[in-house]
Design a protein around this ligand. Structure first.
Ligand SMILES: [Ca+2]
Ligand SMILES: [Ca+2]
Ligand SMILES: [Ca+2]
Length: 327
């Protein structure tokens, strides 16, 4: 095995040398920013911090949730990890939120009657929703922003929302996998300064709606990318499944791919037919078994038949928009 591998390495080194290339492992990314031909706008390196921290945990530890801006090669400015309404929007009621000392052991310890009802249709049905996001969500019903997550990054929390609406209606969610290294898609974690964190979103609603593969999920920000040739696009799907972050410590020079967000993406009339179906992820893949914000209410998540959803890459895709029509 080792001998075969050495032969292959020797052969590829010989080919690289013959082609005039260096086989050194620290060679720069094999694709240049100017060679990229996909539909994304590409940035490289760290963003300028424009908001140092959106959230202070008064009761424990939280990761710094900043906002950054970075300019692409055409002069367009991108907000990372994403534009959001955290400061101004109505906050969801916490099911579980350590920083606010809200730590019920189960739903029986939650006063669901105290949750305010967002009225979309006065003669509609009242619906209760249970939401867990890694890391942040904004929930729209028929284009109206009903509530946003109270914790942008960590600690992990969960939320309860209520709204009154008539069927059919559209649920639209902006989901953000937050980042410490703004513009680079990474965080200091697991002994690595540039660890790519993962995302994930799960919800169930009292009218029987659950997150599953019938939802649509489109990505608008992918990072870190170390070799732009790993990005591809097939029939509206923005793919990064062959992208790897293994074997690189050069996180400060990572590329990021950005796509423009349609202004009415959350609206009832928005045409999302080109968006891919959501990809499903297991609880093990998201890593929730040590998270009380999820496990204490699991009856309303996987126990209700809901699945974790995201776009095709739950690690590198950091801003994902979700849509689902409740018929
Ligand atoms: Ca959160
Ligand atoms: Ca990520
Ligand atoms: Ca995350």
């Amino acid at each position: 095995m080792t001998t075969q591998k050495n032969q292959v390495l020797a052969l590829s080194s010989a080919i690289l040398l013959a082609a005039g290339c260096s086989p050194e492992p620290d060679m720069p990314p094999s694709s240049n920013i100017n060679d990229y031909r996909g539909s994304a706008s590409i940035t490289q390196g760290i963003a300028k911090t424009v908001e140092t921290n959106l959230f202070e945990c008064k009761n424990g530890r939280s990761r710094v949730a900043g906002i950054g801006e970075i300019t692409d090669t055409e002069g367009k400015v991108w907000t990372v990890p994403a534009k959001n309404n955290f400061v101004t929007a109505p906050k969801a009621v916490d099911l579980y939120e350590e920083c606010a000392n809200i730590t019920p052991k189960s739903l029986a310890d939650v006063n669901e009657d105290s949750v305010p009802v967002a009225v979309i249709d006065p003669d509609g049905e009242e619906v209760t929703g249970y939401i867990f996001a890694d890391n942040y969500f904004e929930l729209y019903i028929n284009g109206t922003l009903v509530a946003v997550d109270t914790v942008p990054f960590t600690p992990f929390n969960s939320s309860i929302v209520k709204f009154k609406v008539k069927k059919p209606y559209i649920i639209a969610v902006k989901a953000i996998d937050w980042e410490e290294n703004l513009g680079l898609g990474t965080e200091d974690n697991r002994g690595k300064a540039y660890h790519p964190g993962d995302g994930g979103f799960i919800a169930s609603f009292s009218d029987g709606t659950v997150t599953n593969s019938d939802w649509q999920a489109q990505v608008f920000y992918t990072a870190p990318i170390y070799d732009l040739t790993c990005l591809s696009e097939i029939e509206g799907r923005r793919l990064s499944e062959t992208c790897t972050t293994e074997g690189t410590d050069d996180g400060q020079n990572a590329y990021a791919a950005h796509w423009e967000t349609p202004s009415n993406w959350m609206g009832k009339d928005f045409d999302s037919t080109s968006w891919p179906q959501a990809t499903l992820y297991s609880e093990d893949e998201i890593g929730v078994d040590n998270k009380n914000a999820y496990m204490n209410f699991i009856e309303k998540f996987s126990g209700a038949g809901a699945s974790f959803i995201w776009s095709t890459n739950v690690v590198l895709d950091n801003k994902v928009l979700l849509r689902y029509e409740v018929k």
